[in-house]
Design a protein around this ligand. Structure first.
Ligand code: SAM
Length: 298
């Protein structure tokens, strides 16, 4: 089933896509506005230049993928932004990322609702969620906030540290998430051997990545292997599976087909499409990535 998802200003307490154009995007993250380069934005800005010039920080690309932030005033090293009752830490990184992918809130809403409904229908049962390539962990925090048991896997020590900060800032107990610093394929292979199962799986596989001891993640060759492993760690009646992807060369239809194969023995609904952010004034949509997701409802 095709379904595009759009995140708007009203979905956040203090995030906003103010404008895009001429290879850049202008966004408000919490109390500060930032400009970041996005070469795929080929259209013109819709807001006057004065709105852009008022930004607190501008990311300047220097060489390759790296760059630096230029600020008009002294900005804190990191600061909070809020989604529902949870807090994400914004930290402008030397790779233009801020630690928060605001469009992901469309998925957070969905999984939170599924987990809450499950809890209401069977309060005795604690679902187990696996978050792979979990980065700064907001999806882990969202699931843990419903009382689910969460296993968070990432090969970057810095990202796990940051995710722990988001857990604390959101007022969750430090034991609410199991932190795993490991290569995704290695970890899931071990879970298969141990016979551990999960009610929900979230994954955000990059195009390229690496494990903690040099293991290579290459979406083209590693993704089919990961799906094969994931099939073996799902409970009989899984609650949800989410695959999100940025910059991969496959389509959302292709992603849906692969998810369909993974879920062929389970009853539920699969949808896929583009994930977008809506500009506040112009209502223009900025496509950010693709997804395919399964939920146990028919
Ligand atoms: C930034 S997130 C995913 C967001 C988005 N898909 C992207 O490409 O920007 C990618 C995360 O995957 C982690 N990662 C990459 N390769 C990995 C691997 N082999 N095992 C575990 N985590 C990995 C990185 O540390 C990072 O936190």
């Amino acid at each position: 089933m095709h379904q595009n998802l759009t995140v708007k200003k009203t979905d956040w307490k203090n995030y906003e896509l103010i404008d895009t154009g001429d290879g850049q995007r202008l966004e408000k993250f919490g109390d500060y506005t930032v400009v970041r380069p996005y070469p795929e934005i080929t259209w013109s800005k819709s807001q006057p230049q004065s709105v852009w010039d008022a930004a607190d920080a501008v990311f300047i690309r220097t060489r390759g993928d790296k760059g630096r932030w230029e600020t008009k005033k002294q900005l804190p090293k990191s600061w909070p932004m809020h989604w529902q009752d949870l807090t994400a830490t914004v930290y402008p990184s030397p790779f233009k990322h801020t630690g928060v992918f605001p469009e992901q809130s469309a998925h957070w809403d969905w999984m939170r609702q599924l987990l809450i409904e499950q809890k209401n229908s069977n309060p005795e049962y604690q679902p187990h969620v696996l978050n792979l390539f979990a980065y700064t962990g907001m999806a882990s925090v969202v699931c843990a906030s419903t009382g689910a048991k969460v296993t968070h896997v990432d090969s970057s020590r810095a990202s796990i540290g940051w995710a722990k900060q988001n857990q604390a800032a959101s007022g969750l107990d430090s034991r609410s998430i199991r932190w795993i610093l490991d290569d995704v394929i290695k970890f899931v292979s071990r879970e298969v051997k141990r016979g551990v199962t999960y009610d929900g799986i979230i994954m955000d596989p990059p195009v390229y990545g690496h494990g903690i001891t040099g293991e290579i993640w290459d979406f083209k060759s590693s993704f089919p292997e990961l799906l094969h492993l994931c099939r073996q760690i799902l409970v009989e009646d899984p609650l949800f599976v989410l695959i999100n992807a940025y910059a991969v060369s496959i389509s959302s239809e292709d992603l849906e087909e692969r998810l369909q194969k993974l879920m062929k023995n389970h009853t539920g609904t699969i949808s896929s499409g583009e994930l977008s952010l809506e500009e506040t004034e112009s209502k223009r949509l900025l496509s950010t990535g693709i997804f395919a997701r399964f939920e146990n409802k028919v």
